[in-house]
Design a protein around this ligand. Structure first.
Ligand code: ADP
Ligand code: MG
Length: 323
């Protein structure tokens, strides 16, 4: 089982930002409204994620580190109705296999919870401890027992960049959650969690940028579209300036970004890319999130119809509010 976890770790845990991704997704799944991330030395020394979510019951916190111990799938059919972000039960055991983990968690506000220390997958300590409701997990010395992987890490600044970029996108996908990120004790960004996407955009890119955004809002029998797209003054060199969010979850979709860009560039034939956030709500049964191991890439049924809708709406908002 140790070997299976190490193999899975190779897929799930590529770099510090993949750990941040898995931990923060768990915090979101646990219903947290406040998620505070701090990292040291680009996350290689420490990645700490503290949330105010459901916490784990005493009986559940050790099993959470066993393979496929997800609490999130009740039946096979649920695989097609995924609403939570995680569902494979692979993240915690994979992370614990390649680091030193310290977990503090409490499922109630009684002031008492559990403390666990796990090193390279071995439980060294499991005791009752004072703990506020929620989960506070520290991942230390990432890849300490897999030196080959450690060698692949880029500079600290590059790793911080990956973590920051990912948290920006999560914050934009969940404006009702307050996020913060510190690196070596310095606050890098912080969102209020008041549900206002434009305020999140302002927290990330600055208030001037937020002022240059136009609002997307449209309904279709199968989807509803919200979000913002930047005026031409606000373009970037790279198409990743557009963030796509489906049902509150940040995903990568080449097709969706291309559809939005098609709409944008038809009316504003620029060689650059608009900053923006495309948020779609749709029935989970219209989405297949099971195609990519990192669960970022998704497919849709009625894909062409969805793309045409997004393209038309981007055109409409440019025509009415920009041109
Ligand atoms: P998955 O998210 O796919 O279920 P993970 O390995 O990421 O698998 O987590 C295993 C289990 O640990 C989760 O199903 C959940 O029950 C529990 N868990 C992990 N993180 C948290 C958290 N921050 N708050 C509450 N429960 C958590
Ligand atoms: Mg998970």
């Amino acid at each position: 089982d140790h070997i299976a976890n190490q193999i899975a770790a190779g897929e799930v845990v590529e770099r510090p930002s993949s750990v941040v991704k898995e931990l923060v997704e768990n915090s979101i799944d646990a219903g947290s409204t406040k998620i505070d991330v701090s990292i040291e030395e680009g996350g290689l020394e420490l990645i700490r994620v503290a949330d105010n979510g459901s916490g784990m019951e005493a009986d559940d916190c050790e099993t959470a580190f066993e393979r496929h111990a997800t609490s999130k799938i009740a039946t096979g059919r649920d695989l097609y109705q995924i609403r939570t972000l995680g569902f494979r039960g692979e993240a915690l055991p994979s992370i614990a296999a390649v680091s030193k983990v310290e977990l503090l968690t409490a499922a109630s506000s009684s002031g008492l919870g559990r403390k666990l220390v796990i090193e390279g997958g071995n439980v060294l300590l499991h005791e009752e401890s004072r703990a506020p409701k929620g989960t506070d997990i520290q991942v230390k010395s990432l890849f300490y027992n897999t030196p080959a992987r450690l060698k692949y890490m880029k500079t600290i600044q590059t790793e911080v960049g990956h973590v920051t970029d990912y948290l920006y996108r999560l914050a934009m996908s969940q404006p009702q959650i307050s996020f913060s990120l510190k690196h070596n004790g310095k606050m890098l960004f912080q969102t209020l969690g008041n549900g206002d996407l434009l305020q999140v955009i302002a927290a990330i890119y600055g208030p001037q940028t937020a002022k240059l955004m136009v609002k997307l809002e449209a309904d279709h029998p199968d989807y509803s579209l919200t979000g913002y797209v930047g005026k031409p003054e606000l373009t970037r060199a790279n198409r990743s300036a557009l963030t796509t969010v489906i049902n509150g979850r940040y995903i990568r979709s080449y097709g969706l970004v291309s559809a939005a860009l098609q709409g944008y560039h038809t009316l504003l034939p620029l060689h650059r890319f608009p900053l923006g956030v495309i948020q779609l709500q749709m029935e989970p049964s219209l989405i297949d999130v099971n195609v990519h191991p990192a669960k970022l890439e998704v497919r849709f049924s009625k894909e062409q119809e969805l793309y045409r809708f997004v393209e038309e709406q981007v055109k409409r908002v440019l025509r009415t509010q920009v041109l």
